[in-house]
Design a binder for this molecule. Structure first.
Ligand code: SAH
Ligand code: DHB
Ligand code: MG
Length: 219
């Protein structure tokens, strides 16, 4: 079955290119023990986010959707000593678990986690901007609003990445009653018409199934 091979190839990639990291393993185990859903990015995707941040020399990073902070840690580890990351999370319990994980990994001094509806935190944000990189990975129905805020809070030339824009090809279903699918379809329509964004989307397969991410540069 293709899905089994996708996982096996992800394991092969990780075995070769992502050094075993006991602390990161402990983060994922803590998330599981604390009952968080296993919907973090994969190790290969986490490292991709890390590399994107290194490629652009990001000093200020914004994340929407923390969960247990697995993607947050990959991003924060790419920051220089004076770099900062703001991550937004709705669920108090997720934020507590993420904070524990940030302490464990010793990146907590670079990370500011804000609990509440991400849209409220985004609308209130000014001092921390402009950001060099934004990773959007929360409630998919709000993706257009999050990208609009991300553009507002970006420096010219900044990168915006949106997770889960393919969802096993469900985005093709114009009649879908799933608001996450409709939110992602609205995102594609919005980006297509937004002159401040230069964008593409890349399909991915692996341990997280068939999915993909959108990648945009703010003019
Ligand atoms: N980026 C994480 C996974 C995030 S999962 C990783 O890869 O490790 C999506 C997260 O978004 C969940 O923790 C969920 O509670 C949060 N979320 C959902 N709706 C939200 C909202 N309106 N505002 C902020 N966070 C929200
Ligand atoms: C879901 C959310 C995610 O951010 C993800 O990467 C995978 C799944 C979900 O809501 O099911
Ligand atoms: Mg995701």
């Amino acid at each position: 079955m293709a899905g089994t091979q996708w996982q096996a190839v992800d394991d092969y990639i990780a075995d070769h290119l992502i050094p075993v990291d006991e602390a990161m393993g402990a983060v994922l185990r803590n998330n599981e023990v604390q009952g968080l859903p296993p919907i973090d990015v994969s190790p290969a995707q986490g490292k991709m986010l890390h590399l994107f941040a290194l490629m652009i020399g990001a000093k200020r990073i914004l994340e929407v959707g923390t969960l247990g902070g697995y993607s947050t840690i990959w991003l924060a580890r790419a920051l220089p000593d004076d770099g900062r990351l703001v991550t937004l999370e709705l669920e108090h319990h997720h934020a507590i678990v993420a904070s524990e994980n940030f302490e464990r990994i010793r990146v907590s001094e670079k990370i500011d986690i804000r609990v509440g509806k991400a849209i409220d935190s985004l609308k209130a944000m000014t001092d921390e901007a402009p950001f060099d990189l934004t990773f959007i990975d929360a409630d998919k129905q709000s993706n257009v609003a999050y990208v609009q805020e991300a553009i507002r809070l970006s420096r010219p030339g900044a990168t915006i990445i949106v997770d889960n824009v393919v969802r096993e090809g469900e985005i093709l279903d114009a009649a879908s009653t799933d608001e996450r699918v409709q939110g992602t379809r609205a995102l594609f329509d919005f980006i297509a018409r937004e002159p401040r964004l230069e964008a593409t989307a890349i399909q991915t397969v692996g341990g997280k199934g068939w999915d993909g991410f959108a990648l945009a540069v703010v003019r």
